[in-house]
Design a protein around this ligand. Structure first.
Ligand code: COA
Length: 177
């Protein structure tokens, strides 16, 4: 059966945390320590955290659902950016943050991520955004290429702390359709 994209519900929190545990490490640079990755998962991507995201009226989570199994998700935050490095470079306002965009590795390269992006940009528009922005690790070449293919362009940089390491993210934005 073809996977479908739908809004997540509170029942998805546990499956989202399990999916995040598989996909978050793929976005980390090779130098990231397993301890830092595990701490980030425990501190921001546990079932409890997804329950809180799902209860937040400013947050939308979309999932790729393949016969009841979650194979990807995106998380949008419809709040003005707080990071000064981001605020200073965004040009298309109001802008919705595409805070997370993760697809299970078995579905990479098959178009599932493009479908998820399409739905995420529509959700950003529905939330009132004129633009969408995201941060992506500067070493995450696959994701950067994917975002460029999806119409994003690089407008700046910001820092991202993973445990004891400060990582450098590119800030990308695009107009929403
Ligand atoms: C980012 C992600 C959603 C993209 O989905 P995907 O199915 O891999 O995307 P696509 O295959 O459509 O596009 C990836 C592109 O990167 C290219 N690519 C793959 N590995 C690459 C590499 N090491 N260097 C440069 N480009 C690379 C692919 O060839 C493809 O480009 P092409 O279509 O021009 O050939 C998915 O890879 C993912 O979930 N990654 C792990 C989590 C992650 O990094 N999320 C982003 C966090 S900001």
């Amino acid at each position: 059966m073809t996977p479908s994209i739908r809004k997540a519900t509170t029942d998805d929190a546990g499956a989202l945390a399990a999916l995040a545990a598989v996909t978050f490490p793929l976005a980390c640079p090779p130098s990231s320590s397993p301890q830092d990755i595990a701490a980030h998962l425990a501190n921001t991507l546990s079932e409890r955290h997804f329950q809180a995201y799902l209860a937040d009226p400013d947050v939308t989570i979309l999932v790729i659902d393949a016969s009841g199994e979650l194979r990807g998700y995106s998380l949008l935050v419809n709040r003005p950016a707080a990071d000064r490095d981001v605020v200073s470079v965004l040009e298309i306002l109001p802008s919705v943050e595409l805070s997370k965009c993760y697809v299970h590795p078995e579905h990479h390269g098959l178009g599932a991520a493009a479908d998820l992006m399409h739905a995420s940009l529509k959700a950003a528009a529905d939330a009132g955004g004129r633009g969408a922005w995201l941060g992506v690790n500067s070493q995450n070449a696959r994701a950067i290429r994917f975002y460029e293919k999806s119409g994003f362009r690089r407008v700046g940089t910001k820092s991202f702390r993973l445990g004891s390491t400060v990582e450098h993210d590119f800030v990308l934005e695009r107009a929403v359709p």
